[in-house]
Design a protein around this ligand. Structure first.
Ligand SMILES: [Cu+2]
Length: 302
């Protein structure tokens, strides 16, 4: 804002006139030089901002998601990344057209302020902006439906089945493929306790599963709605009283993780945690045989 009422509003007052050696009406060379300096500086700033933001390149491309530890999680992550790529591509086209219209179709002085030519009822343009969004929705729908079908697929013969029971405020894991004669449930069964400030994670129920095997989870609840969630699975599914749910994963990484209930289920919902250990198939066989022996001796899970 100028504080001088008589400040020149156009180039007229201080216009130095045509530059020697330049045709009259050509833009002054200073503008191009400044732009020429700004573009590389902006590019350098963008590279530095990304490079020094503290994210590893891998975390940056996952756009906030944890590293997936299952085949199904990898598919979900790829869909998430693809959706962002599509959104940025559409955004770039829309912003590009907007800027183009602002610059190249701005009101010129020569028109004397008259409104530009009006193009209502332009059938090709109206068809274009009706059909193109439908195509975009169709593409997103296709990839979402394809990946959802893959993630929801149940195999005829999973390698390991785990029956998960959720209750206020912990979990029970049963392995119906591994029997324990004389125990109340008849199967290898893992119980635990909710998290407390005194015990921390040490008493949480422990879910052990092998990597590179199909694992079927059968989910039931004995009281209210809970939800089974392991963040690195990139997946959660509800446990609904009277409505058994199922899903399968194929773990691809070994490691120890924390599972959570992700449906507000009462006072101690936030303490309804469990431990997850993904091990090699050999370690899993060893662990399950140890559990069978222990639980047969003691008459069931402790
Ligand atoms: Cu819960």
């Amino acid at each position: 804002m100028s504080s001088t009422p008589s400040a020149p509003t156009s180039r007229g007052a201080h216009d130095p006139g045509p530059v020697p050696g330049q045709p009259p009406g050509a833009p002054p060379p200073r503008t191009r030089t400044r732009l020429g300096r700004l573009v590389p500086r902006a590019a350098l700033f963008a590279v530095l901002a990304v490079g020094t933001s503290g994210c590893t390149s891998n975390a940056f491309t996952r756009l906030g998601w944890p590293e997936p530890i299952t085949k199904q999680g990898q598919v979900a992550l790829t869909l998430w990344q693809g959706s962002w790529v599509a959104a940025w591509a559409v955004g770039a086209v829309v912003w590009g057209l907007t800027v183009w219209a602002i610059i190249f179709h701005r009101k010129s002085r020569a028109s004397g302020g008259a409104p530009p030519q009006q193009v209502r009822y332009n059938l090709p343009i109206e068809m274009l902006y009706t059909v193109v969004p439908f195509i975009m929705i169709g593409v997103l729908f296709f990839f979402t439906a394809r990946d959802e079908n893959y993630i929801d697929k149940l195999s005829a013969r999973p390698n390991v089945t785990v029956n998960v029971t959720g209750y206020q405020w912990s979990w029970q894991f049963q392995y119906p493929g591994y029997k324990v004669p004389g125990s109340p449930t008849g199967d290898v069964t893992i119980n635990g306790e909710p998290w407390t400030p005194q015990t921390g994670n040490s008493q949480l129920p422990l879910l052990v599963i092998p990597e590179n095997r199909t694992i079927r989870f059968n989910l039931v609840s004995t009281d209210v709605v809970h939800a089974f969630w392991i963040a690195a699975f990139e997946f959660k599914r509800d446990l609904i009283p009277g409505h058994p749910n199922h899903f399968e994963v194929t773990p691809t990484h070994t490691g120890t993780f924390i599972g959570r209930c992700s449906e507000l289920c009462g006072l101690y919902h936030s303490r309804m945690l469990f431990r997850v250990r993904i091990v090699t198939p050999a370690q899993f066989s060893q662990w399950i045989h140890t559990q069978q022996a222990l639980q047969t001796r003691s008459g069931g899970a402790q």
